[in-house]
Design a protein around this ligand. Structure first.
Ligand SMILES: [Zn+2]
Length: 264
């Protein structure tokens, strides 16, 4: 209770009214801030394959530095037993991303030695490339696409972050990199929309193989097996993707054309 309450009801009431007004204002500002952040946070769910298609390659490591203006990539996880201690603020806007250990080799525990700046070849590690970029002038600090693992094979696109700073600090008897990143104001759509359209249109060969086998190489409507086409069941123009066999089927030329006429 505020001291005002003891001096008389009038003062106490006025004080608590002022408090309520302040609280309302604070709540309104906080909600607005969260809504604004939410607007920028993508949190789009992707399969591993969709993620790889977007990044134009199979992602096997956790960190990919790309010289700006290209967008770098990091994969993070906060799942139990995750190999690194990554943390994302509740509003999804502040990320502390841990650098990576040396590659596992017989006889060395990667968690017992300092995280490396150089590879055995003498080339800089991804840690070193990110660290160097974090030290670059404000205007040329790199953008980083952050993906978070939700379940095996399922990822979330956490959006575009700006790499801000790094530390190389002692933790449990060894040195580890900590990269600080903040959700960027750069409109994500500018970076991604065209690429996404292109990728959803593509039907990768593993999907074609699965569909060919499932549909036995024949049109699913009439069973014809000549002049067959792979067809997006839900067209990519309506958000369908060629990246999963579920949305792809075989049609003969005739039924493919008929479908096209219906859609236009
Ligand atoms: Zn047909």
């Amino acid at each position: 209770m505020s001291p005002g309450v003891a001096e008389g009801d009038g003062g106490g009431l006025a004080a608590s009214r002022a408090g309520v007004t302040q609280l309302k204002e604070y709540t309104r500002a906080t909600v607005a801030k969260l809504e604004e952040a939410e607007h920028r946070v993508r949190d789009e769910i992707l399969t591993y394959w969709e993620m790889c298609a977007r990044e134009r390659g199979s992602l096997q490591r956790g960190m990919y530095f790309r010289e700006p203006p290209a967008v770098s990539v990091v994969l993070m996880s906060r799942r139990p037993g995750a190999p690194y201690d990554d943390s994302l603020s509740e509003d999804g806007a502040e990320l502390v991303y841990e650098g990576h250990d040396i590659r596992r080799e017989p006889g060395t525990d990667p968690k017992s030695v300092d995280q490396p700046w150089t590879l055995p070849s003498g080339e800089p590690t991804e840690n070193a490339l990110f660290a160097r970029a974090a030290d670059s002038p404000e205007a040329s600090k790199p953008l980083v696409r952050v993906y978070e693992k939700l379940r095996p094979g399922i990822w979330s696109d956490r959006g575009l972050f700006q790499l801000i700073a790094y530390e190389y600090k002692s933790l449990a008897g060894r040195k580890v990199f900590k990269f600080r990143m903040r959700l960027s104001d750069t409109p994500d759509e500018l970076v991604h929309q065209e690429e996404m359209d292109e990728f959803r249109r593509i039907i990768p060969s593993w999907v074609k193989q699965a569909v060919y086998k499932r549909d036995k190489g024949c049109c699913v409507i009439c069973g014809a097996d000549d002049q067959i086409h792979f067809d997006h069941e839900l067209p990519f123009s309506r958000g369908g993707t060629g990246l999963t066999p579920e949305n792809v089927r075989i049609l003969c030329a005739r039924h493919n054309l008929e479908k096209g006429a219906r859609i236009e």
